[in-house]
Design a protein around this ligand. Sequence first.
Ligand SMILES: Cc1cc2nc3c(=O)[nH]c(=O)nc-3n(C[C@H](O)[C@H](O)[C@H](O)COP(=O)(O)OP(=O)(O)OC[C@H]3O[C@@H](n4cnc5c(N)ncnc54)[C@H](O)[C@@H]3O)c2cc1C
Ligand code: FES
Length: 248
Amino acid sequence: MVQMHLPTAAPIVAITQDNYRTRTLTLDARLHAQPGQFIMAWLPRFDEKPFSLVAADPVTLMITAVGPFTRLVHELTVGDRLWLRGPFGQGFVPPASGGRLALVGGGYGVAPLLWLARRQQPTAARIDVFVGARTAADLLYVEHFAALAEASSSIHVHVTTEDGSRGQPGRVTDALAPRVAAGEVDGIYACGPHGMLAALSALGAAAGIPCQLSWEAYMRCGIGICGACEHEGKVLCLDGPVLKRTNL
Ligand SMILES: Cc1cc2nc3c(=O)[nH]c(=O)nc-3n(C[C@H](O)[C@H](O)[C@H](O)COP(=O)(O)OP(=O)(O)OC[C@H]3O[C@@H](n4cnc5c(N)ncnc54)[C@H](O)[C@@H]3O)c2cc1C
Ligand code: FES
């Protein structure tokens, strides 16, 4: 399947528990999509919400239970169905080859970065992945990124927690800043909370490093009609969620 314009039922074929409030769902659906694009997931007679694609073939979603919709998704089991529309939006556009890439994920923001790391691994000169969370219990996909690093000498994983319970104490920006200052980063690709993205934008601007940042917003239609997702003059479901800042 290339694009699903109308909600299409996708049975769940596998579920893994990633942390105390996050699960990864693998669905019996295939899309033609890019890392950073998202789908709208619908539960009939309930609600529809946007989620990044962790992978498109098969469609894989990481879902953190934060409210009514995501809690209901967590009650689904293998064989139950989610209805999907998409893919939507603009994904990450890394260099075709070369480059020293910094991939920065906060919380469930790591979801699109695992796919991006896998896709760029054969061609990038170096990929530094920064995975951050409040505590060790909140970290996501560290083992997935570590497995990539084991298999490829060009991938390096840096873990931060704000309470110091795992990895470097502090925020992902604290771990990234020295590499930026040393001139070791050619581009920043990030997804996470707005505060983290704003800090990365400022870091990139100060150093003259292009940034591609995936912004979250409340979304309804997903196709540029309702205006729910406006952010700094952009319609994030169409122009984003990944916005590019060249800073140069
Ligand atoms: C482009 C895009 C990609 C997204 N990708 C993902 C993804 O890969 N995985 C994922 O889990 N979510 C993702 N989201 C967010 C997801 O759509 C929302 O979390 C969703 O609205 C939750 O719906 P809900 O009804 O469960 O909770 P809501 O009622 O919408 O939210 C419940 C409460 O939790 C707060 N809240 C929302 N998110 C968080 C959070 N992360 N931590 C703490 N509090 C929070 C809300 O402000 C609200 O007060 C994405 C959003 C966008 C726009
Ligand atoms: S969600 Fe409707 S315009 Fe973006």
